[in-house]
Write a protein that binds this ligand. Structure first.
Ligand code: SAH
Length: 418
């Protein structure tokens, strides 16, 4: 890195961006940068000055991304030496110590990007394996040091590097790094094992979506498990069947995992089998359906209804302009879900679209409930798990609402009865 060889990269921001950074927002978009002392390189430390020419912040510079600056520190001037980075990593890691019982949960997020002070970076743990996922090229030049800091704080037996699609090409070209490279230890033969609230799971850390498992839904899966006793469960967009395993362990009579990916459903079968020693899981009937959820739910001939339905679709809005379309898709899914719910049944609907605000999602689901021809009541709302802190609005992507269908069979014609 040329940090020391070249003159410091100094930048100034528009007044609005300056206010946002002072208020703790970790991103500055390219069009909010008023002045740059010289062209910066990916990963360089930029010094941000305020309108009075006073030190404001230190940030990582990323010329290849619309998020041009990722803030590391705001306030008094400091030196970002090795000890500072180590301390910052140890702090993030120690925050998880009191969240989980290590005998019951060994799959969790150790570092959640900006919200833990590590912009554009995620570190997940699955048993003895850690997965470092990079979402920004700012980390490439300091990957060796990053590896050392991780080893010092977490000491995993294996450290896997995963790269988001947008940076994979420059990683290969400029740094000979590939998605799935091992930064420490041997390449695993297959998925790696971990525990979630006492239940056994596998994560495909080399090829799976995200870092191999959807850890963000952990607490919601546990909630579903607590509601599952004696129920017939439909888990739509099941991925590796996490909700179903928790439901089965909670005493569900049957669970159906529905996903478009055969690979995900194979993993769902293995996850159920991994827990066959659990008497409730052994009793629960498990089935998988490979289908497009929108087509399947919308199909006219409905043979079966369920007591508990989970809808956890992938992100449906890639940009702000797609938020309304996503809300309409959530609405369609929720109505289709309610139509397959037995009286007294529960619908658990989730949205992981960062561009759909939590309140907009909740309110749309409340409208669906109010307009439904049976009485539907809101039971609860929830966000992501505690190891996924969100310190700025864009980080708050996951939101879930639980609705309960009235137990009485009759149709409610007069909505005012609610
Ligand atoms: N509920 C899961 C995570 C779901 S992620 C858990 O707790 O781990 C979203 C899933 O939706 C992915 O597995 C993806 O394969 C699946 N998917 C995407 N589009 C789909 C579609 N049209 N129909 C069915 N499944 C789909």
């Amino acid at each position: 890195m040329s940090d020391s060889a070249k003159a410091r990269l100094k930048i100034r921001l528009t007044p609005a961006a300056e206010r946002a950074v002072k208020g703790g927002h970790p991103w500055v978009y390219a069009d909010r940068i008023k002045e740059e002392s010289r062209p910066g390189e990916a990963g360089e430390i930029a010094v941000v000055y305020d309108k009075n020419d006073k030190f404001l912040a230190l940030a990582l510079f990323d010329p290849g991304s619309p998020i041009r600056v990722r803030v590391l520190h705001v306030g008094k001037p400091i030196t970002l030496d090795d000890a500072w980075w180590r301390e910052r990593m140890a702090e993030a890691v120690s925050r998880r110590e009191r969240i989980f019982d290590p005998a019951r949960t060994t799959g969790f997020r150790w570092i959640n990007g900006e919200s833990d002070g590590w912009p554009g970076l995620v570190l997940d743990r699955y048993g003895d394996t850690c997965v470092l996922k990079l979402y920004s090229a700012v980390w490439f030049p300091r990957l060796g040091a990053l590896r050392e800091w991780i080893m010092a704080s977490c000491a995993p037996e294996r450290l896997v590097l995963r790269l988001s699609r947008n940076i994979a090409e420059s990683a290969a070209r400029d740094f000979s790094l590939r998605d799935g490279d091992l930064l420490r230890g041997e390449k695993p033969e297959g998925p790696v094992a971990f525990l979630e609230n006492g239940l056994r799971f596998e994560a495909d850390v080399l090829r799976g979506q995200k870092t191999g498992f959807f850890l963000d839904q952990r607490e919601n899966r546990i909630r579903v498990g607590l509601e599952a006793e004696g129920k017939d469960v439909l888990n739509v967009f099941s991925h590796a069947g996490g909700f179903s395993v928790h439901a089965a362990a909670g005493g569900a009579r049957s669970t159906v995992d529905l996903d478009i990916s055969a690979h995900a459903l194979e993993s769902a079968k293995r996850n159920m089998a991994l827990n066959a020693g659990h008497p409730a899981v052994a009793r629960c009937r498990h089935e998988t359906i490979k289908a497009d959820a929108f087509d399947w739910l919308g199909a006219a001939e409905w043979s079966t209804n369920y007591d508990l339905i989970i809808l956890d679709p992938p992100s449906m809005a890639m940009r702000q302009g797609e938020a309304e379309g996503a809300l309409r898709a959530y609405e369609k899914l929720a109505v289709a879900g309610l139509q397959r719910l037995r009286p007294g049944g529960l619908l658990f609907a989730a949205s992981c679209s960062a561009h759909v605000a939590a309140d907009d999602f909740f309110n749309r689901m409340r409208v669906v409930a109010a307009n439904y021809p049976r009485h539907v009541r809101e039971v609860a709302t929830s966000l992501h798990a505690a190891d996924h802190p969100a310190t700025f609005p864009e980080a708050n992507y996951l939101k879930c609402i639980t609705l309960r269908m009235s137990g009485s069979g009759g149709k409610i014609e007069n909505r005012k009865e609610r």
